[in-house]
Write a protein that binds this ligand. Structure first.
Ligand code: ZN
Length: 323
């Protein structure tokens, strides 16, 4: 058996379509294991993974490149040892979905420099998702987005259907000017050429050096939503919140169970833009209460206060966590 476990890093800013891409990858891969890192304190992504019979681990409540970095080494060691020891391992590769605010060099530094891990894992590729409509603004505002592009082996462009021709052209010009050697492909309605994506021609990988990136400016608010709140009332409250805080709300993601129809509603907003809710079939592991995570650029307390003023009487107790 090969002694190196291949690992794919999936990065991309908040709301750029990493989970959608992960679901697409999982359709084609035979035996992957998945490690999901979420910035918000309440893990949601695992409920959005369509493939149910794969080894799946989560690290939530902080970012892999800083707050929960110390947990990464022991987790990776355990995953490797489980792979080595099993006679018929349940997985033959690992995919790490990084939180949307990760600066990937910190994770690469662990995989490529940590003495024990570096001789046991092989970095297969680094894939970075970029949402076309908001990319140029986010590149200017957030060092994390620049870092994610700097370390990409392949860039996957998403949400082209929401982008104007100008936004498309501006991003293409930027990528050609700054990352001419990095291939980029566009996901069309979530679909992408997985073979090309997982087998990039990486001739040379620069080694991360220098200090870890500075602290992220992001904070999150997580809340549980009681069963007495209708989807329409929640939508109205979120629309009001988005109108007030605008692009200060970088990402909003939630799952609201609908007990009558045995489906869940998935709520999403990116860069101040609220998407229509989509339905998700219920499965084992679906949350029984409504969960919502909102990530802000900067202090989240004013947003938490505004939410409590709008929804406080309709949330279950012990609802709100700000971090
Ligand atoms: Zn971090």
């Amino acid at each position: 058996m090969n002694s190196h476990l291949p690992v794919t890093l999936l990065t991309g800013f908040l709301g750029s379509g990493k989970t959608t891409l992960l679901n697409r990858l999982l359709c084609d891969l035979q035996r992957p294991a998945v490690l999901i890192n979420e910035f918000g304190a309440t893990p949601l992504d695992q409920a959005l993974i369509q493939q149910r019979n794969i080894p799946l681990m989560t690290l939530s409540g902080g970012c892999l490149c800083c707050q929960v970095k110390d947990s990464l080494i022991p987790i990776l060691k355990n995953i490797y040892m489980a792979w080595q020891r099993a006679e018929n391992p349940a997985f033959d590769q690992l995919i790490i979905e990084c939180s949307g605010v990760v600066s990937p060099e910190s994770v690469l530094r662990i995989l490529l420099h940590e003495r024990w891990l570096s001789s046991r894992y092989r970095v297969r590729t680094v894939i970075t998702t970029v949402a076309i409509p908001w990319a140029m603004e986010q590149l200017q505002c957030f060092a994390e987005v620049r870092s994610q592009l700097n370390w990409a082996d392949t860039v996957v462009l998403t949400q082209g259907d929401l982008a104007s021709p100008d936004q498309q052209a501006e991003l293409q010009t930027h990528l050609q000017a700054h990352y001419p050697a990095v291939p980029h492909l566009e996901a069309i309605q979530g679909d992408v050429d997985v073979k090309t994506l997982l087998n990039p021609l990486v001739l040379f990988r620069s080694m991360p050096s220098g200090p870890d990136p500075a602290d992220h400016p992001f904070r999150s608010v997580s809340l549980q939503i009681g069963p007495n709140l209708s989807l329409a009332s929640l939508q109205a409250a979120l629309t009001a919140i988005l109108a007030r805080f605008g692009t200060g709300i970088v990402r909003m993601k939630g799952i609201v169970p609908d007990t009558d129809t045995q489906t869940d509603w998935v709520i999403q907003a990116v860069h101040g833009h609220l998407y229509p809710p989509t339905r998700l079939p219920r499965h084992v592991g679906s949350p029984r209460v409504g969960l919502l995570v909102i990530i802000t650029a900067g202090n989240a307390q004013p947003l938490a206060d505004a939410l409590m003023a709008l929804l406080g009487n309709q949330l279950t107790p012990t609802v709100l966590r700000v971090h």
